[in-house]
Design a protein around this ligand. Structure first.
Ligand code: SAM
Ligand code: SF4
Length: 514
């Protein structure tokens, strides 16, 4: 059943009562405890307040080995206040990003499928006691219409689909919506509009449900812990709600791994508690995943609290300033150096510009309202977004609402190539394979070639003339670099394949990858 009012077989209450499987929490606890020891984290931060510049420099140097950082070292970095040392951390963060991910940036868009939610997260516009929100769950046809706009009008290849926690958007619905999105293929200019990777941001699920998402071809499974601090978690997620169960959420990604999803993403909602604690929590999360599965998170997200419709934020005591935000991104880059780092349009264009060299992914041309893409690009009108940022339909307000074309142009002007590559999971380079390869710099070679090919495709199919001109310049630079790196990093055969594949793309062929 999907709705208490429909007289179906299961009420919302029954659904809620049966969702959490206690044994799928207990099996991960050690001596009945989860892996976040609040007192130990606070003590570690305190103990490492005055690390010497020599120690800080040694920690920075070690980060270039691309291993998860010791918690004492993370604490020491978080406590740095000296402007020169901080600058050294920023420089290392940019260099390590480049060492592991080169000049690539990946773009994606969120697709909000429903605003119905049984939880009452104090900070979220979708909480069930917020009467000012229009409640809606998209039908499969509506999801397809949204994804069609994203794939054919805007030109995205990668989405993160976002769901409230509600029986109407349960695992079956999520899996079906993913399949529907993958089914789209439509001619655009010289090529084809299609979504090649669907990541999911949803509430924690039991293992059997996660297997359904795995079968439906999930990219990354994201569950943000919001805050790792137990007491604060209890304060912002009322007891008795599903989300009020801290360990159920904390082990959501462990269950995903056990369900066969080897690509998972951590995140914290910055502003709920002390940002230093949250960074330590994320590193502890990565460590526990590594310990149990030999594999840490594929990406790390750093959403910052944003205003939301009819939502009181007077209780917030830990707002993160712009400077703190930039610094925590730098520390995370060093602390979990193999992971992708995602920043979103919650931030302003200026902020995004200033941190992108330390990050790997950002969203673009996003709408966080339910059904907002189809509304912004009506089928009978020429492409071009309207004003659809209506507070009553969305979870929070966006800071950067520029088009994908404008963002790609800006990134290209800054020297980035935007990669639309989704080859990894389609040819088995996921999980441990990709993470080991990334750390060793090996994957970077495949990624570089695929970035060139997929960016060329995008320029052919979606770019405005100005963006195409700037984008083509970047592609020429990349081609030159690959040629110069033969035979050290690329083989002659790879270069030949690249040149031929590029020519085939220019002639209209699509989806060619290494
Ligand atoms: N309902 C699912 C959940 O809570 O995990 C997934 C979707 S929820 C809409 C996605 C994320 O949005 C949350 O994990 C939270 O970090 C973020 N979020 C919620 N309210 C926010 C706000 N006011 N500002 C910024 N981010 C917010
Ligand atoms: Fe629901 Fe997620 Fe919003 Fe909480 S953050 S109210 S679970 S949509």
């Amino acid at each position: 059943m999907k709705d208490a009012t429909s007289g179906g077989v299961q009420s919302v209450k029954e659904w809620k009562d049966n969702l959490i499987k206690q044994d799928e929490i207990d099996r991960y606890l050690v001596d009945g405890k989860d892996f976040i020891d609040d007192d130990a984290i606070e003590a570690e931060i305190e103990k490492n307040r005055a690390a010497s510049p020599e120690r800080i420099r040694a920690i920075i140097k070690k980060a270039y080995d691309v291993n998860l950082m010791d918690s004492a070292d993370v604490a020491a970095l978080l406590n740095v206040t000296d402007p020169d040392l901080k600058e050294e951390i920023f420089t290392a963060a940019r260099e390590i990003k480049h060492q592991v991910y080169d000049n690539r940036v990946v773009t994606f868009a969120p697709l909000y499928c429903g605003s119905k939610c049984v939880n009452r997260c104090k900070y979220c516009g979708f909480r069930c006691d917020n009467d000012s929100i229009e409640r809606r769950v998209l039908t499969m046809d509506e999801i397809e219409a949204e994804a069609r706009v994203l794939a054919t009008k805007i030109g995205h290849k990668r989405l993160v689909v976002v769901y409230g926690e509600h029986p109407e958007t349960d695992a079956d619905y999520i899996a079906e919506s993913m399949k529907r999105i993958y089914s789209i293929k439509e001619r655009v200019r010289n090529g084809v509009g299609e979504i090649r990777r669907v990541n999911v941001n949803a509430a924690p699920l039991p293992i059997d449900d996660l297997k359904k998402l795995h079968e439906a071809g999930i990219g990354t499974f994201q569950v943000f812990q919001e805050t790792y601090h137990h007491k604060t978690y209890r304060e912002v997620h009322p007891e008795g709600t599903l989300k009020g169960n801290y360990p159920w959420r904390l082990y959501a990604l462990h269950r995903a791994m056990d369900a066969g999803i080897d690509d998972v993403a951590v995140g914290a909602l910055f502003g709920l508690y002390d940002w230093k604690f949250e960074v330590m929590g994320m590193v502890a999360h990565a460590r526990d995943l590594e310990k149990r599965y030999g594999l840490g998170p594929h990406t790390v997200s750093v959403p910052r609290l944003e205003p939301a419709s009819d939502t009181d934020f007077s209780w917030v005591k830990h707002r993160v300033s712009d400077d703190e935000f930039k610094f925590l991104i730098a520390v995370l880059r060093l602390a979990i150096p193999y992971a992708g780092l995602i920043v979103t349009n919650r931030e302003s264009p200026e902020m995004l510009r200033s941190v992108i060299k330390m990050c790997t992914q950002r969203d673009a041309d996003s709408r966080v309202g339910i059904g907002a893409y189809a509304d912004a690009f009506p089928a009978d009108a020429e492409a071009g977004g309207g004003d659809d940022q209506k507070g009553e339909r969305q979870q929070f307000i966006l800071g950067d609402t520029r088009s994908l074309d404008a963002i790609i142009r800006e990134l290209a002007e800054m020297g980035h190539i935007v990669s639309f590559c989704t080859a990894g999971y389609r040819c088995g380079r996921t999980g441990k394979k990709i993470m080991d390869a990334l750390a060793s710099g090996q994957e970077g070679c495949f990624c570089k070639l695929n970035a060139i090919l997929t960016f060329q495709e995008w320029l052919e199919d979606f770019a405005t003339p100005e963006t195409k001109r700037i984008g083509d310049t970047i592609i020429e630079q990349e081609m030159k670099e690959v040629r110069e790196r033969v035979p050290a990093d690329f083989s002659e055969a790879q270069l030949n394949h690249l040149e031929k594949a590029r020519a085939r793309i220019l002639a209209g062929e699509r989806d060619i990858y290494f």
